[in-house]
Design a protein around this ligand. Structure first.
Ligand code: MGD
Ligand code: MGD
Ligand code: SF4
Ligand code: MO
Length: 733
């Protein structure tokens, strides 16, 4: 008899609750859970393909260990023996900095990815940490760190209550949202318009999101910082800025802002943005006039040349219009596993560049170095060269600039471990591959995304299907990895969790702000429920959190616990040294002249931007038949006028060339992209030997990131410029 089980979808940031149909141990269907307190039945085609993804025959079932140059099936014991024999010895010989860690996107979609990488880094003692953030949202972490003292204090638009949403460089109808967790984002945008609100979308492509908007502006890519600066300038010069008493009282630098943004008039930025100045002024006036409004920018305003400035300006606008931290504006979520709120006051602050990368001297940001600089750190001889690499849920050969170079660099490592379900473009270089089980066999809690959700809520999914024989839970895979690199190979993996629990309890009972202050730590430890280490850690985090929830409480509410709409949290969450919002911090003030210089630059005649398809997810869903084909193809979108000018026709092949190399691509002529801009999706290029991706390799596509050489970065955040870089295009015979 088929049964059903609930599982939060781990495939994008929307975190929809799914009802899985299960026959034996096979997931035979997935539909939206109508009773889910947050997603209310919403599902997209990726969630609906959960069963096919879960059962993909190409998923690795057992570890692989390299012997005589070839990856072969191995037992877990052999895999960890190999790691324990290699990593501590190499690190002992060459030093802690000879180890590097790469954390990819799916870590934010697993419990293991939230709970263990910090322990792994601590065990290794290396500063060589590279994550997908420097291909993504690091500019936002940096701007939040500078403004609010906390790189994770990222305000999200109050989607369900706002009167006016200005959305830049995001296409949530296809991506389902990012740094703004909102199941059924499209439905929420339609509801905004239905209640009389206004949606303005800024995107060089007429996306499905732009088609829902009241107004769509299609600027030249890379110009968002200029556009946003001109909006702020207009608010200030037309005396429309009205932060309100509450924000004014806690904000430094309001007085200096007008001078800092002095040159960015709408007229001055109009040529660079390729937008009429009058249109920019109108937008600023509408933003100021709206009863409540939120400005929100994502990938297209982040992975660009002035990504940190654009991310900063988004919140400058939210502040100038008085919309930061108020219902209907942009608010800070409060997740159930956040520490208990602290009283307002000075904090430790946020510093950039506390150390730098060895080869090019890139400053660290949030403890990370640019992923675009990984290859040179492996290749360049000298003290501190990376010889050992641990890649967890990461496929940088496709997701980071210049995959060919990284591919060669990985091949030269002394030792590499991949924690990955697939043998793909990156993991094929590993000496040991540790495969996590399919998602139906894993428990789930959204440690990361609840902190960016448009409504406070908490939901827990136990594993829907028991762990298949011979498999290890991903949490145990990580815990054993921590032990193996620490020279504690063979110790029980629970010891890793019990240590964390003991340390956390010891701090909590000493902390006057903690709900456990003054209690007996051993007794509190015994009270924790949960069958596994990670469950017990989750229970403890919930108990220490702001709502005093427990794991048992979550289990008793399988569709989740609603914790209400977002509420104002200032000034309590500020952790700047001043204890205030620092509106014009030094690194920003120092970066503004570079933006000013951009006003005089002649724009390139053709630039490239990316795009996402609803049935894709970065580099790893091309192996699921239900999610491939149709319009989900790796084609180059070219505007008809550009196609005419360049002699290109729909369906023809073209050669595209940029800093990093050139590619042959099929052309799709479409006016959904503006003139002077072409668009190619990322995550393709599944044509390398030695992978096990039978579906993806049949329709490989090309790797757009081969067009980049890794030298274009947003300097403050080390984030790669993946959008708005110059390209040349020519027809192929
Ligand atoms: N040109 C261009 N490049 C881009 C982007 C772009 O817009 N344009 N976007 C960038 C962005 S935003 C991101 S986040 C990165 C993403 O790039 P990556 O961080 O490399 O992430 P993914 O491609 O999503 O998947 C990485 C790996 O995780 C594995 N995986 C899947 N599920 C699990 C799991 O449960 N556990 C483990 N351990 N592994 C798992 C997959 O098999 C895959 O090998 O790409 C970036 N690259
Ligand atoms: N279906 C699907 N969903 C996903 C993913 C996926 O690969 N597929 N990836 C997930 C991940 S890791 C992330 S980070 C999120 C990203 O979520 P989003 O930020 O919504 O990402 P995109 O859909 O790439 O939208 C970025 C938009 O920016 C536009 N753009 C490019 N350059 C510029 C510019 O200079 N200015 C402006 N204003 N716009 C510009 C592009 O045309 C594109 O429409 O999506 C997540 N969800
Ligand atoms: S929107 Fe995202 S979380 Fe929801 S079903 Fe689709 S992939 Fe899963
Ligand atoms: Mo991302």
């Amino acid at each position: 008899m088929p049964r059903t089980a609930l599982r939060i979808c781990p495939l994008c940031e929307a975190t929809c609750g799914l009802t899985l149909t299960i026959d034996g141990t096979a997931v035979t269907g997935a539909r939206g859970d109508r009773e889910d307190v947050f997603s209310r039945g919403f599902i997209c085609p990726k969630g609906a393909a959960f069963g096919q993804l879960d059962a993909d025959p190409d998923r690795l079932r057992r570890p692989l260990v390299r012997r005589d140059g070839r990856l072969r099936d191995a037992t877990w014991e052999e895999a960890y023996d190999a790691i324990a024999a290699a990593v501590p010895a190499l690190v002992g010989e060459y030093g802690a900095q000879s180890a590097g860690v790469v954390l990819g996107n799916p870590n934010v979609h697993t419990m293991a990815g939230a709970l263990y990488p910090p322990l792994l880094l601590k065990a290794l003692g290396t500063r060589n940490l590279f994550t997908a953030s420097t291909l993504d949202q690091m500019p936002k972490h940096v701007s939040s760190g500078l403004l609010f003292g906390d790189p994770f204090a990222i305000p999200v638009p109050d989607l369900d209550r706002t009167d006016f949403l200005l959305l830049l460089g995001a296409n949530p109808v296809e991506s389902n949202g990012s740094l703004c967790t909102a199941p059924d984002f499209p439905g929420r945008l339609k509801a905004l318009r239905a209640r009389g609100g206004t949606l303005v979308v800024v995107d060089p492509r007429r996306t499905r999101t732009a088609r829902l908007a009241d107004r769509h502006l299609a600027p030249r890519p890379g110009s968002d910082a200029l556009l946003l600066a001109a909006l702020a300038h207009t608010l200030l010069s037309e005396k429309l800025a009205a932060p309100g008493a509450a924000l004014e009282e806690i904000t430094d630098g309001l007085g200096e802002l007008a001078a800092a943004l002095g040159s960015f008039t709408p007229e001055a930025v109009a040529p660079a943005c390729d937008l009429p100045a009058a249109e920019i002024r109108t937008l600023a006036r509408e933003l100021a006039a709206a009863p409540t409004a939120a400005v929100y920018g994502r990938i297209g305003s982040s992975t660009v040349e002035y990504g940190t400035l654009a991310s900063w300006l988004v919140d400058v606008l939210n502040i100038l219009t008085g919309n930061l931290d108020r219902p209907g504006g942009a608010l800070f979520p409060l997740s159930a596993t956040a520490g208990a709120p602290r009283p307002a006051g000075p904090g430790r602050g946020f510093a950039l560049g506390r150390w730098s990368s060895r080869v090019s001297g890139h400053p660290e940001a949030k403890g990370e170095l640019p992923l675009a600089a990984l290859a040179e750190e492996i290749e360049t001889p000298g003290d501190g060269r990376i010889r050992v690499l641990l890649a967890i849920a990461a496929n940088p050969v496709l997701s980071a600039p210049d995959g060919d170079r990284l591919d060669r660099a990985l091949a030269g490592l002394d030792f590499m471990v991949s924690v990955d379900p697939y043998l793909n473009e990156t993991s094929r270089h590993a000496h040991v591959v540790l495969p996590p089980p399919p998602p139906a066999q894993s428990a789930h809690f959204d440690f990361a995304f609840n902190g960016f959700a448009v409504r406070n809520q908490a939901r827990y999914s136990p594993a829907a299907v028991p762990l298949e024989a011979g498999r290890l839970d991903e949490c145990e895979i990580h815990a054993r990895l921590v032990l193996a690199v620490s020279g504690l190979h063979g110790a029980p993996p629970e010891a890793v969790d019990e240590r964390v629990i003991a340390d956390t309890l010891a701090r909590a009972v000493d902390d006057p702000r903690s709900p456990l202050h003054g209690r007996d730590p051993d007794e509190e430890g015994r009270l924790l429920s949960g069958r596994t280490g990670p469950e017990r850690r989750l229970d403890l985090m919930l108990r220490l959190g702001p709502y005093g929830l427990t794991l048992d409480g979550l289990r008793q509410s399988p569709h989740g616990i609603d914790l209400g709409p977002l509420r104002p949290r200032l000034p309590g969450l500020l952790k700047t040294r001043s204890g205030r919002i620092e509106l014009l911090p030094d690194p920003i003030a120092t970066e503004l002249p570079r933006l000013r210089a951009a006003l005089a630059e002649r724009p390139a005649s053709l630039v490239l931007v990316g795009r996402r398809h609803l049935r894709s997810n970065n580099s790893w869903l091309h192996n699921v038949p239900a999610l491939t084909g149709g319009s989900n193809r790796c084609t180059l979108h070219v505007h008809p006028q550009d196609a005419d000018r360049l002699g290109l026709t729909d369906g023809a092949r073209a050669r595209i060339t940029a800093d990093g190399g050139s590619l042959e691509v099929p052309v799709e002529v479409t006016d959904t992209v503006r003139t002077g801009v072409v668009s190619l999706p990322h995550g393709w290029g599944h044509d390398r030997a030695g992978t096990r991706l039978s579906v993806a390799s049949a329709e490989p596509g090309v790797n757009v990131n081969q067009l980049l050489d890794g030298s274009r970065l947003d300097p403050l955040s080390g984030t790669a410029v993946l959008n708005g870089f110059p390209v040349e295009l020519a027809p192929l015979p």
